[in-house]
Every structure is written in C-alpha cells, then in structure tokens.
Design a binder for this molecule. Structure first.
Ligand SMILES: [Zn+2]
Length: 318
C-alpha cells in the first residue's frame, strides 16, 4: 500500500527521505511471516526509487540507512545490493581506521570530534555494529555474560531506556579487581557525563550521558584509584571487560571503545547488544530521536533515566 501510494512520486524524494522511509519500514515490528513478507515487498518496491539509481555519492547516515534497510532484502535486489554493500564496506573500513588512528593520537578532543562528525554517521546500524566491532577487534560477549546481563537489566526495568550492564576482571597493581555494575543513559546535561580521558562526540545531539560511556569511565575511575597511588601505568593493566547494551552502540560510544583500547592496550573488550525493531535510540530529547530515526516508533521514548551514575554496583574485590 505504501509503495503503491508513493510510486508516482518517488522521483520527488530526496536521498535522506527515501533512506529514512526504507529504514522505517525495515525496522517496523512484524507479528508473523506474512507481515514480514509484506514488509519486504515494500522495501523492494521502494528500492526502485529514481533517486537510488544510479547510487551515486551516498555516504554517512544516508548510506547507513540504505545498507541496514536493504540488508533484509539483499537477495531480492542483488545488483543494487552489490553496489550498496561495496560502498558501505569501504565506509566501515575507513571508519574503523579513523577511530583506531584517532585513539592513538595525542589527546586533542576538538580535532577528534571534528573528524568523527565529518563522517556524517551517527552509528552503523543494528545489522553492521557486530561486524564493525570485529574490525576494532572487540569480540562478542559470552552467552553466559549476556544471559546474566539481561536478568540484571530486566530487574531494573532498564530496558525502558538505553542501559548497559558491565563487568570487569583485571589485574592492577598486583591485585585482582572484579566488579560489575549497571548504567543508565542520562540527560546530556549530566554534569559527570563527559569526563576525560574518554571523549564523547555530539552527533545530532550530546551523547556524553550514554550508558556505555559511563561504564567505561567507571572502569577507568576504578583503575586510577588502584594504580595511580602506586605510580603504576594504566598500560600495565591486564584483564577483560564485558559490556551488554540494550541497543546497538552509537558512533560516539564506538569511538570511546577505541579510545579505551588505546589507554588499556592489554585489556580485552567484549561487547554485545540487543536490538528491538522499532526502538529508537538517541538523546533524552524526543525531537533529536526524530532527527536520527525520523519515523521510528518507540514505546520507550522519553523514558531515559536521569542521574549521574544512577546505577547500582555490585563490587567484589579479591
Ligand atoms: Zn552512545
């Protein structure tokens, strides 16, 4: 129905509109196989929009929308998918290189932010975040950890907003430190949201209150408390940290993960995430969520919890 209605006017759509419409349909929750088939028919029909042919110079968020939307119908549109996938793969490789190199450079937050903003990306989408994490050599968290994390998140009803469960097991200053904690995304105005040395990037909106960033800052805070008094370098810290997020991490948080790797080269990071079709992520401002996912519908909109480190920690130091 959507495709039929839009058909005569597809030529009038600009790139971002058609990308947003495609993604809105691709991320719409479906109840059964019949609805899923119907959704795919819409995607195939809309992929014929003139603005998509030839593909041209698509990049950034527009290309991300297209790649994640057509991911589900790649077999039905093989020629177009080949073009999209080629462009998108190149973009992901360049992005991984940018984040890796930026993390290794001397601290220059302003330059770093400008470089990340210049990518015109906000994230790499639910269907490509796992692949991108692998490019950063960040492995998937264990099934056991993810199961435990989901239970903690459910207990706190953290799924109403974007939340992160984290645990780390590290050796610092000759002592093994094991902790776990739950972090909730809070308003961008959060006073402790953007603590150095991890730099967040405003992409459409401030992302300094994101749960994943708080978890990483919490790790560094713990390590500093344990190592700085002894004159130890953070580069000597070994061990691992696991994160499970209720949404795929945004580009600001992916960049922070790369920064953390630079600060703690001997730490192995494991990251997993859930993604629910139709669930939007963004700042606490619903208008900003609209800008990122124009037509996404989220029952959790506006439900982000506030408060600096408003989370409980279960600490075990051995
Ligand atoms: Zn984020």
């Amino acid at each position: 129905m959507i495709a039929d209605a839009a058909g005569p006017r597809l030529a009038e759509f600009n790139e971002l509109w058609i990308g947003s419409i495609l993604w809105s349909i691709a991320s719409c929750p479906v109840n059964d196989a019949e609805e899923d088939a119907e959704r795919k028919r819409y995607l195939v029909a809309l992929s014929r929009a003139p603005v998509l042919h030839p593909l041209g110079q698509w990049k950034g968020h527009k290309l991300c929308l297209l790649a994640n939307a057509l991911f589900q119908v790649q077999d039905e549109v093989p020629e177009m998918w080949h073009q999209v996938k080629t462009c998108w793969t190149q973009e992901l490789l360049a992005l991984a290189e940018l984040l890796r190199s930026a993390a290794l450079e001397a601290a220059d937050p302003q330059r770093y932010r400008l470089r990340v903003q210049a990518t015109e990306l906000f994230h790499v989408g639910p269907f490509y975040t796992r692949q991108f994490l692998e490019l950063l050599q960040i492995k998937e968290a264990s099934h056991e950890f993810v199961t435990s994390a989901r239970l903690h998140l459910q207990e706190r009803e953290a799924s109403r907003g974007v939340a992160c469960f984290a645990s780390f097991d590290v050796m610092v200053n000759g002592t093994k430190v094991v902790k776990e904690g739950l972090f909730l995304t809070s308003p961008a105005s959060d006073a402790c949201g953007d603590q150095l040395p991890l730099v967040s990037v405003a992409l459409n909106h401030d992302r300094s209150g994101h749960a994943e960033l708080k978890a990483m800052q919490w790790l560094l805070q713990n390590l500093r408390e344990a190592s700085v008094p002894a004159g130890k370098s953070l580069r000597e810290v070994s061990g691992h940290m696991s994160l499970h997020v209720t949404h795929h991490p945004c580009l600001s948080c992916l960049g922070a993960l790369a920064q953390l790797q630079g600060i703690l080269p001997q730490l192995q990071l494991y990251v997993s995430f859930d993604w629910t079709p139709g669930a939007a992520r963004g700042g606490c401002d619903a208008a900003h969520e609209d800008a990122e996912h124009p037509a996404a519908v989220s029952p959790s909109r506006g439900a982000h919890s506030g408060g600096c480190f408003e989370a409980h920690f279960e600490a075990k130091i051995t």
